[in-house]
Design a protein around this ligand. Structure first.
Ligand code: MF3
Ligand code: CO
Ligand code: CO
Length: 275
């Protein structure tokens, strides 16, 4: 794997990992913060009876009001401003007019483009009281993401991230989805490298200051296997077990890692202490 200065790199996948400088980190701070603010606003409006279509509208309106645009809208034929993945939906669920119900767990995945920078982040939301096993799934999924991020440092390897996640999740009798992974992000929505959420320490590309990517583990209560429904997008667990995901966009620094998508309101994981 080779590395190139992001400023000189073309805006597409080239087989090189782009390295961003201070301007890139500043652009990602702004885009990441806006994505995180939108997820905070969702925490304050979502609940029983709310539709995911209403979440979609909020994301579109909030993004446009702040000079940004939803990256998913018309991306590869996707027609919504956000992905909303309920219960056994693993990812890429499409907003619709069905009201959310007590006991549902839902992932909301927001990606906005602000001044050409992609802010990509997702969180889980618990709709009213949820079963104990769902609470445990959300807890393990959030903690797995943060352990994966904590494994990031210059001189380490991409495999360190997946290893940290897998070694934490599997002993708790939950499974890590293999079919979708994190990705380089920055001036491109989905770039090199792939960030697989399982792996072995020391394997994969070296982590170098200036790399920017997402960590977004999908964790299932049952088996890891996924199928995509006939709509071409909605990915569900094959065994219909519950699935959860959190996502942050991060950058490798000289000393470790910077998270671009932290919640300004401290709504890190459910239950969110909404005012
Ligand atoms: N935000 C998702 C990710 O984390 C990608 C969604 S692409 C869409 O990479 F087309 F499904 F919206
Ligand atoms: Co992503
Ligand atoms: Co995302």
């Amino acid at each position: 794997m080779t590395y190139v200065e992001a400023a000189d790199a073309p805006l597409r996948k080239t087989g090189h990992i782009k390295l961003y400088g201070p301007d890139g980190f500043e652009g990602m701070r702004k885009a990441g913060r806006l994505a995180a603010e939108i997820l905070d606003a969702i925490a304050e409006m979502i609940g029983p009876g709310v539709t995911t279509a209403a979440v979609d509208t909020l994301v579109y309106d909030y993004a446009v009001a702040h000079g940004a645009y939803p990256a998913t809208l018309m991306y590869r034929g996707y027609r919504y401003s956000v992905c909303t993945s309920i219960n056994h939906v693993v990812c890429h669920g499409m907003p619709n007019s069905r009201p959310l119900r007590e006991g549902d767990i839902v992932n909301v995945d927001v990606t906005i483009v602000l001044d050409g920078w992609y802010g990509d982040s997702s969180r889980m939301y618990a709709i009213g009281p949820i079963p104990r096993r769902a609470e445990r799934l959300l807890e393990v999924t959030y903690d797995s993401m943060m352990l994966g991020i904590a494994a990031i440092k210059p001189g380490g390897h991409v495999g360190d991230i997946g290893a940290a996640i897998q070694d934490f999740v599997e002993p708790q009798h939950m499974s890590v989805v293999r079919d979708f992974c994190g990705h380089g992000v920055g001036r491109v929505f989905h770039d090199e490298p792939n960030i697989v959420h399982v792996g072995r320490r020391g394997e994969g590309p070296e982590l170098v200051p200036g790399m920017i990517f997402t960590v977004e583990p999908m964790i299932n209560l049952g088996r890891p296997h996924v199928k995509v429904l006939s709509d071409g997008w909605t990915a569900v667990t094959r065994d219909r077990s519950l699935s959860a995901q959190f996502e942050h966009a991060v950058g490798v620094t000289e000393t470790g890692v910077e998270i671009f998508t932290l919640s300004p309101k401290g709504y890190d994981k459910p239950p969110y202490a909404v005012a």
